[in-house]
Ligand binder design. Structure first.
Ligand code: SAM
Length: 292
């Protein structure tokens, strides 16, 4: 791959997915895109670049997806889910006692372990949420990971990563070598394709936004832009949850960290949220939590 081809791919990825590769990541491109080029019957990266330049739509999607990192697992990092159970949901139950509904957005949900972990937390809270309308929207750039998330089928290895055995037994059904999450939990989540670089105002506003381990791949300007748009989609008393290596500090004042709650942020200016565009074109499908 020539330096010009590498520069082309770097810019292409930044424009299409936000991925910000440093100048020395040729090996990463080669290891991810060479197999893709071969599969597409191309001789190598130079021919792949030519095809991209000619605007092949299918190839553009394949290249963007091949370069995403989809690493995830159930209850990843544990602490955010403890905060969800002990701080976020109790506060929301108090604040929304009148309307008894909650909207949660998992903004880079990958293969589903994160939104399903949230759904399991909510189920475990049982009686406190009985009769509540609960909407969880899981989005991701990659159609491939969304298909897996929708199916909710995981390997033995995947269910052994982070998922307590009692939850495996309670919420999954084993079929041969795989485990499928039960239909009730699957029905709690809507999966949608969404690129965080694009407008997401049509999703409406949320009480909780999990946006974890995706902004780390973006440059500062992109992060700031996304934070500012996330601030318009969150209720004034809502919660933003970021990954362990991510923060708003030094980037934007639209959110502030909650002291002693690592990874949790509150929107700063309620007027910003009040100025958000009205919910348009989304017919919410909500799960109503049944008693146990
Ligand atoms: C490392 S995974 C994180 C999954 C999960 N949030 C977690 O913390 O375990 C990052 C996910 O972000 C998605 N992603 C990358 N760029 C994106 C973009 N521009 N818009 C939306 N999702 C994106 C990838 O497809 C991938 O599934």
């Amino acid at each position: 791959m020539t330096p010009t081809e590498y520069e082309y791919l770097r810019k292409f990825l930044k424009d299409n997915s936000g991925l910000d590769l440093s100048a020395d990541k040729q090996y990463l491109i080669e290891s991810r895109l060479l197999p893709l080029a071969r599969k597409a019957g191309l001789s190598g990266i130079p021919e792949l670049v030519q095809k991209l330049q000619s605007g092949s739509r299918a190839l553009i999607t394949d290249v963007v997806e091949a370069m995403t990192t989809n690493e995830t697992f159930f209850f990843r990092d544990k602490v955010p889910f403890d905060h969800f159970r002990d701080t976020i949901v109790p506060e929301i139950i108090k604040a929304r006692a009148g309307r008894r509904s909650v909207r949660i957005w998992c903004a880079a949900g990958s293969t589903g372990q994160e939104p399903y972990s949230l759904a399991m937390c909510l189920k475990e809270m049982g009686a406190a949420l009985t009769g509540w309308r609960v909407e969880i929207i899981a989005t991701d750039l990659s159609q491939e990971v969304l298909e897996k998330a929708k199916a909710g089928i995981y390997s033995q290895f995947e269910v052994q990563r982070g998922l307590p055995i009692q939850m495996l037994v309670k919420y999954f059904k084993q079929t041969g070598e795989t485990w499928q999450i039960n239909p009730e939990l699957r029905a709690m989540i809507q999966h949608r394709q969404l690129n965080l670089l694009h407008d997401f105002a049509q999703l409406g506003t949320f009480d909780v936004i999990f946006c974890r381990n995706v902004l780390i791949y973006f440059d500062q300007e992109t992060k700031i832009n996304i934070f500012n748009r996330l601030a318009r989609q969150i209720e004034p008393d809502g919660f933003l949850v970021l990954g362990a290596a991510e923060t708003v500090v030094g980037l934007t004042d639209t959110f502030r960290p909650i002291p002693d709650r690592r990874g949790l942020y509150k929107p700063n200016d309620p007027r910003a949220a009040a100025a958000k565009p009205a919910l348009a074109g989304v017919a919410p499908r909500m799960a109503v939590m049944a008693g146990r």
